[in-house]
Design a protein around this ligand. Structure first.
Ligand SMILES: [Fe+2]
Length: 358
């Protein structure tokens, strides 16, 4: 009897709109009820700055006590961006007509009259500064529980040395989490920096633990990529482990152990964190912090790793923007294999959360 088989899909024949994706397609709806990294702490000063988070323009500035205020970046008077104003004391003064706002968002002064209209207030956002990051809660402020900020304790620990940077990428946040949860791409996109053939050739183990997706890979007797050869001084083969923990929807930690092949000691350990924060539906902030427990007193190691890390992100940005922008007509059905398991699990969790909030 002849066996019936489904017709083979032809790539390019079934183009859908970017929004018409399956339950495991790349998500792009926002999930406001989570903590997101809004900026690196070092970037927030007494001069207000505007950042767009989940499509909302927000003015950030430092108060006199060093704390951070975050206000919706639009004066209720004539819509001038408050981030173009100036900070006086703890208040933000609109640069157009002088409407003045406390960190709570309450208007505390208007020009030429004592009476302040009740509607002259702006939304303020809960903000927590922890480690190198400024975290913002975009949902109901009453639900802003700082204990829900994902663990990043090593980035606050002086026993680890940490460097940071950021980029804004013209792609959906789902594209970036897809990229980070499948590191087999290191063997191709990052072969000049962090990738060796071992990464793509080594199978992964995955696990879902609540709202965390874990992906791990153990490579023994592997080649040492420039990122670790230059920072550790190892010249021969290495044992290399990658242990990813991705806290849905936005915080990613890659734990890495590097050691000379066969060495059972503690090795060289790094934690590479990426905070994936939607800027708009089609652009994404990528904040990274790289912590290490070796050569912590060697600035040249920091400079070397930071330079290569910037190059790694540049390589990803080129790829991600090609994925997002080279097919304006939409995406075709995807073919997934074992290496995609972690990313697919993350997508599923996010789709479940999107459905739950809807
Ligand atoms: Fe990458």
């Amino acid at each position: 009897m002849q066996q019936q088989t489904a017709p083979r899909p032809i790539v390019g024949a079934a183009i859908g709109s970017a929004g018409a994706v399956s339950r495991t397609g790349i998500p792009d709806a926002f999930l406001p009820d989570f903590w997101y990294v809004a900026e690196l702490g070092a970037a927030i000063t007494r001069t207000p700055v505007r950042r767009t988070i989940l499509d909302q323009p927000i003015a950030f500035y430092r108060k006199e006590d060093g704390g951070i205020a975050a206000l919706y970046d639009r004066c209720p008077h004539r819509s001038y961006p408050l981030s173009r104003g100036e900070v006086r004391g703890d208040a933000l003064v609109c640069g157009y007509h002088g409407f003045t706002f406390a960190p709570s968002g309450d208007c505390i002064a208007v020009p030429g009259q004592a009476n302040i209209p009740r509607a002259a207030c702006v939304r303020s956002y809960p903000v927590v500064e922890s480690g190198p990051f400024v975290w913002i809660w975009m949902g109901d402020p009453a639900q802003a529980d700082a204990s829900r900020i994902p663990d990043h304790s090593w980035a606050c620990d002086p026993a680890w040395e940490t460097f940071t940077n950021s980029a804004t990428i013209r792609c959906r946040y789902g594209m970036l989490l897809d990229n980070l949860l499948d590191l087999s791409h290191e063997s191709f996109i990052h072969r000049a920096t962090i990738g060796t053939p071992d990464v793509a050739e080594t199978p992964i183990a995955t696990e879902v633990d609540g709202l965390t997706v874990k992906v791990s890979r153990q490579m023994n007797g592997a080649d040492c990529p420039p990122f670790y050869a230059k920072s550790t001084g190892i010249t021969g083969k290495i044992d290399r482990s990658q242990d990813i923990a991705f806290s849905v929807p936005s915080f990613y930690v890659l734990g890495v152990r590097i050691a000379p092949a066969g060495d059972t000691g503690p090795g060289f350990n790094a934690k590479i964190m990426y905070a994936i924060t939607p800027e708009t539906k089609r652009t994404t902030h990528d904040f990274w912090a790289v912590s290490r427990d070796f050569a912590t007193d060697q600035p040249w190691v920091t400079e070397t790793m930071a330079r290569i890390q910037d190059a790694i992100v540049d390589e990803d940005v080129i790829a991600l923007e090609a994925l997002e922008l080279d097919y304006p007509e939409g995406r075709v059905p995807e073919v997934s294999i074992n290496i995609d398991r972690g990313a697919l699990q993350a997508r599923r969790l996010i789709h479940e959360l999107i459905r739950a909030q809807a």
